[in-house]
Design a protein around this ligand. Structure first.
Ligand code: IMP
Length: 199
C-alpha cells in the first residue's frame, strides 16, 4: 500500500525532527499531530503495541490519513519488566517529568544496581491506514544497568543504561552513536524498508 501523506501521531517536536530526518529521501509528505491540533489520547493499554496502535488509530480516524505512532520504554528483568509501558509515568512529578527520580526509583526497587542487572529498551511503531489495516515495526536495545548515573547527554533513562558491547552509558555516547544502535533506529529502519517495498 503506498502512502502519499503520512501523519506522525506525536506532539513531541523532538520526535518529529527525528522522524523527519530519518524518513528524508522518501517520497512521502509528513504531517504532525500539532498540524491538526489533535488531542493527546491517554495511554490506557498495558503493552507497547497496544499503546502505539491506540495512538495511531485515534490520529488516523481524526484526519482520514494513514498514521504512524510510537511507544517506547525501559524494561528491567529484575523488576519483571518494569517500568515498561509506565517508563514516562515513573518520571512524572507535580511540576513535570524528572527522570532522576525515575532512575532513583529503579535503583531503590532493585535494592542497589551493581552492574549485573540486565534490561532492554523497546520501541514500537504502529502504522494504521484509513481502511483499518495495521502494521507493526519494533526495535530492541539490550544492555546492563549501571550506578551511579553516568553522562549528561540523551534523555530519560540513558544515564543508567550501558548497551551490550559498550563500556559507556547511553548518556555518555555521542547522539550519532546511539542513533545507529537504538531501539528506535531499528524500528524506523524496518518501517523505512516497508515503505520502500510498498512504494
Ligand atoms: P513515550 O514513548 O513517549 O511514551 O515515552 C517512553 C519513555 O521511555 C520515555 O519518556 C523515556 O523515559 C523512556 N525511553 C524510551 N526510549 C528511551 C531512550 O532511548 N533512552 C532513555 N529513555 C527512553
Amino acid at each position: 500500500m503506498s502512502i502519499g501523506t503520512l501523519l506522525i501521531a506525536t506532539h513531541n517536536q523532538g520526535k518529529m525532527i527525528e522522524f523527519t530526518d530519518m524518513l528524508s529521501g522518501l517520497d512521502i509528505s509528513l504531517k504532525s499531530a500539532t498540524d491538526f491540533d489533535l488531542p493527546e489520547p491517554t495511554e490506557t493499554e498495558d503493552t507497547f503495541v497496544g499503546n502505539a496502535l491506540l495512538k495511531a488509530h485515534v490520529a488516523c480516524k481524526a484526519t482520514g490519513l494513514p498514521a504512524l505512532a510510537d511507544d517506547s520504554g525501559l524494561s528491567v528483568d529484575a523488576l519483571d519488566g518494569a517500568p515498561g509501558v509506565y517508563s514516562a509515568r515513573w518520571g512524572e512529578t507535580a511540576t513535570g517529568r524528572d527522570f532522576n527520580i525515575a532512575m532513583e526509583r529503579v535503583n531503590k526497587e532493585i535494592g542497589g544496581i551493581d552492574g549485573t542487572q540486565t534490561a532492554h529498551f523497546t520501541a514500537v511503531l504502529a502504522l494504521v491506514y484509513p481502511d483499518g489495516h495495521e502494521e507493526i515495526f519494533d526495535g530492541k536495545l539490550s544492555g546492563n544497568l549501571c550506578w551511579p548515573m553516568r553522562g549528561d547527554r540523551g534523555h530519560g533513562y540513558d544515564p543508567i543504561f550501558v548497551p551490550v558491547g559498550f563500556k559507556t552509558s547511553c548518556a555518555e555516547m555521542l547522539m550519532e552513536t546511539k542513533n545507529k544502535i537504538s531501539h528506535r533506529a531499528i524500528a524506523i529502519e524496518k518501517f523505512k524498508n516497508y515503505l520502500i517495498k510498498n512504494a
